[in-house]
Every structure is written in C-alpha cells, then in structure tokens.
Design a protein around this ligand. Structure first.
Ligand code: FMN
Length: 222
C-alpha cells in the first residue's frame, strides 16, 4: 500500500561487492518498501565507495579518501541508514568494517545519532544473523541508534519470487512490518530529537588531546 509522502530520506546500503549479491538484492527490496511507505530511498552499494584499507599513513599524508567523504555526504543527507550485509565467518565482511573505520574519522562523526536498521541474507539457515550482531558493535560504539529488531533472510538463494518480492508471504510481511516500524521510529526521532546525546569515543579515559573525541550534538529547543 502506498502511504502519503513522509519527509524521510533513507540511505539503503547493499554491503556486498558481488555482482550477484543476495544482500544487495535485499537492499533493493528494502528500498522499494521505503518508497511504498512514503519515504525516499537512496540506494548505494559498498562498491560505489572506493577505499584502500584504513592506514594512518594515508590519512596523514593524503587525507581521508574521497570514498569516505562521498559516503559521509550521502549519510548526512539521510535521516536513517539501512544496511544489508553478508556474514563472513560469523562476523561482518572486512569491506564494511573498513568503510565504517574510514568514515568514523570524519568530523562531525557522521554515524552519531543516526537511526539504523540491520539486515542480512545468506544461503545458510541462520541467514547471516550472527554477522549482524558483530556489525552492531562498531555502529553502537559510534553513537548510531541501531534498531533492536533485525531482519535475516535464511536460504536466501531460494527466497525470491519472480516479482522481486519474497516467495514466503509470512517473511515478506515480517520484512514489511519491520521496516514500517523502523520508519515510524525514524520519523519520531526526527521530530523529537531530544534523545540525541553527546558522543564520547573512549569512555572512562583521562582527558587527553590524543584520544579525546567528544562531540556535543545540538538539540532543538522546546
Ligand atoms: C569468506 C566467506 C565467509 C563466509 N562465511 C559465512 C558465514 O559465516 N555464514 C554464512 O551464512 N555464510 C557465509 N558465507 C557465505 C555467504 O553468506 C554467501 O556467499 C552470500 O551469498 C554472501 O552474500 P552476497 O551474496 O550478498 O555477496 C561466507 C562466504 C565467504 C566468501
């Protein structure tokens, strides 16, 4: 069902480099649902952002690579982030951790205060869900509000119907409901932004110019 337009922009990231990716396909389906629910989806794939492995020498000598700035701009323009990420060896792929690491070096730190929904797809019976628990950690560390529910598509290589939806109507309904509830939260957080907090990277350390990363986030009055 098409809902009335809502002033919500969502960056939907397919976090696989594969041209036949199950996760990028799940991201595309999520983007369709965002649009159906009245939001605007900005679909990205991790391969759109060219990034060498994080290296302090590169950062010092030539600065943060363009790929990190490009991702940052798209994230800044969005009210929320949806990520569909593969699971590699029960964790996240190195490529998405690398993207997070580079982008986390920018100031203001762009993940802080963003709402995020995590999804995965895998041929396995657990659908890549263990990788999402690993992926929560850097996001939460960076102040991202990671939605408690996650969506993991098991046996994803058999999951799609011809029309691009999930074959199993119960699963399609669950995805639809999870995204709908997430967007309601994003909308509430956008209009009632008081839940945003100061971000402190290294809790409990003595003040020290080399490690201090504290940012005050302005909240609307009233
Ligand atoms: C290095 C590597 C490790 C993997 N580890 C897991 C794993 O721990 N759990 C899992 O469900 N699938 C694992 N897989 C299989 C991926 O889920 C599968 O290749 C999937 O299609 C990757 O997502 P994509 O299609 O979006 O690229 C692994 C694949 C590779 C290449």
């Amino acid at each position: 069902m098409i809902k009335a337009n809502r002033d919500l922009r969502v960056l939907v990231l397919g976090a696989s480099l594969s041209s036949t990716s199950l996760n990028n396909r799940l991201a595309a389906l999520a983007a369709t649902l965002v649009t159906e629910k009245g939001g605007t989806a900005d679909v990205a794939q991790i391969g759109d952002f060219e990034l060498p492995f994080y290296d302090r020498d590169i950062e010092v000598e030539t600065g943060t690579p363009d790929g990190a700035h490009q991702f940052c701009e798209r994230l800044k323009a969005a009210d929320a982030l949806v990520v569909a990420s593969p699971e590699y060896n029960s964790s996240m792929p190195g490529s998405i951790k690398n993207l997070i690491d580079w982008v986390s070096r920018l100031r203001p730190q762009p993940f802080n205060g963003k709402q995020a929904l995590l999804m995965s797809a895998s041929p396995s019976m657990v659908g890549g869900n263990r990788g999402l628990w690993a992926l929560r950690i850097p996001f939460e560390h960076l102040g991202t509000r990671v939605y408690p529910d996650m969506f993991s598509l098991a046996q994803a290589h058999h999951a799609w119907a011809e029309d691009g939806q999930l074959k199993d109507p119960t699963l399609q309904g669950r995805l639809d409901q999870t995204l709908g509830c997430f967007l309601d939260l994003v909308e509430a957080a956008k209009h009632y932004p008081r839940i945003k907090k100061v971000w402190v990277e290294f809790l409990g350390e003595h003040p020290n110019a080399a490690t201090d990363r504290v940012e005050e986030v302005e909240v609307a009055a009233g």
